[in-house]
Design a protein around this ligand. Structure first.
Ligand code: ACO
Ligand code: V55
Length: 280
C-alpha cells in the first residue's frame, strides 16, 4: 500500500484505520510544488480504495499546514509556458478538489500552522477541520498581486459566507484559529499542544461509526447543494436506498433492534453497538 511508497514531499502513515497524510516540505513551509501535488494525487488515489482506512487526516510537517501554492515551482517556473502551467494546475486540482472531496472516508484537516492562499482548497475539501489556536490563515493572494484562483474563492464563499469571504479576499489580512472558528472556516480550534489529541479523539469516534453510512451521508450532503429541492429530495431518497445495499453490516436494522427490542442504547445519545451481523 501507499505507506510503503517513497515519497519525497509527503508522508503517509496508517495507524488503526486512520491514515495521516502529511505535507512534508517543512523547509518550504509545505508549499505545494508540482511534485508534492503529484505525490498527493498518487497517495489519495490509493487511499480512497483502501477499505481498511476509515478516516484520513491531512496535516503539515513543522510549523506550517501549507504556505499555499509554490510561488517558484508552480508559478514562476511555468511563466510564459501556458501548457506547462495547465499541466501542473490540473494535477493540483485533481487531488485538492476532485479526489479529496470525494474520498469515501471521512477527511479531517488538522491545521497545525500557516495556511495561506491555495491551501484553502485542500482545507475546505476536507469534511472537517480542526486548527491550532496559534495557526495563521490568510487569503494572501492580493498581497502579492493575484486573485484567489483555482477554487479558493468558491470554497471560501461556501465556508465563510458573504461578508467574511469578501473581507479576507480583499484585505489579505491574516487571522488565527479562533477567528477561523468564528467565520466557520474550521470546526474548532484548540491550543497547539492539544491538537493531536483532539484530532485523534475525533478520528477514533468517527472510525467507530458505520463507514457505509458516513460515506453515503457525506455524498448526499455534497451533491444536494448543487440540486434544486425536488431533485435533492429524490436523490436523497435514492441514496438512502443505495445505503441499504452498501451497508454490509445492516446498521439500520441493528439500530432498530437495539433500541426498540433490546433497549440497549438511545440513538439520540450515541451510536448502536456494531456487531458482525451480515446484511441478509
Ligand atoms: N512558495 C514557495 N516557497 C515558499 C512559500 C511558497 N508559497 N512559502 C514559503 N516558502 C519558502 C520561502 O521562500 C523560504 O525558502 P528559502 O529558505 O529557500 O529561502 C522558505 O519557504 C521559508 O520561508 P520563510 O518566509 O523564510 O519562513 P517564515 O517562517 O519566516 O514565514 C510564511 C512563513 C509566513 C508562511 C512565509 O513563508 C510566507 O508568507 N509564505 C508565502 C505565503 C503565501 O502567500 N502563499 C501563497 C498564497 S497564494 C496561492 O497559494 C495561490
Ligand atoms: C491559486 C491560484 C491558482 C491556482 C490555484 O489562489 C490556487 C491561489 C492562479 O492559479 O491554480
Amino acid at each position: 500500500m501507499t505507506m510503503t511508497d517513497n515519497y519525497e514531499c509527503i508522508a503517509v502513515a496508517v495507524v488503526d484505520g486512520v491514515a495521516t497524510v502529511t505535507l512534508n516540505r517543512p523547509q518550504k513551509r509545505n508549499a505545494m510544488s508540482p511534485q508534492l501535488n503529484h505525490e498527493m494525487r498518487d497517495a489519495l488515489g490509493e487511499i480512497r480504495y483502501d477499505n481498511d482506512i476509515g478516516v484520513v487526516v491531512l496535516t503539515g510537517a513543522g510549523d506550517a499546514f501549507t504556505a499555499g501554492m509554490d510561488l517558484k515551482e508552480y508559478f514562476r517556473d511555468t511563466e510564459g509556458d501556458p501548457v506547462a502551467f495547465e499541466r501542473v494546475r490540473d494535477i493540483a486540482w485533481e487531488w485538492q478538489y476532485n479526489i479529496l472531496r470525494k474520498m469515501p472516508q471521512v477527511t479531517i484537516a488538522k491545521v497545525n500552522g500557516w495556511c495561506f492562499g491555495g491551501g484553502f482548497t485542500p482545507l475546505t475539501s476536507c469534511d472537517l477541520a480542526i486548527s491550532a489556536d496559534e495557526a495563521t490563515f490568510g487569503l494572501s493572494e492580493v498581497n502579492w498581486g493575484i486573485i484567489p484562483a483555482g477554487l479558493v474563492t468558491r470554497d471560501v464563499a461556501l465556508a465563510m459566507g458573504y461578508r467574511n469571504s469578501l473581507y479576507y479576499i480583499l484585505t489579505g489580512e491574516p487571522f488565527d484559529g479562533k477567528r477561523a472558528v468564528e467565520t466557520g472556516l474550521v470546526n474548532e480550534s484548540v491550543p497547539h499542544d492539544e491538537l493531536d489529541a483532539r484530532v485523534d479523539a475525533l478520528a477514533a469516534h468517527l472510525k467507530g461509526l458505520n463507514p457505509a453510512v458516513l460515506r453515503t451521508a457525506k455524498e448526499t450532503y455534497r451533491h444536494s447543494l448543487d440540486m434544486d429541492y425536488a431533485q435533492a429530495w429524490d436523490y436523497t431518497a435514492a441514496k438512502a436506498l443505495q445505503l441499504r445495499s452498501r451497508d454490509k453490516e445492516g446498521g439500520r436494522r441493528q439500530g432498530m433492534t437495539q433500541f426498540l427490542d433490546e433497549k440497549t442504547f438511545k440513538p439520540g445519545l450515541g451510536a448502536y453497538a456494531r456487531g458482525t451481523e451480515a446484511d441478509a
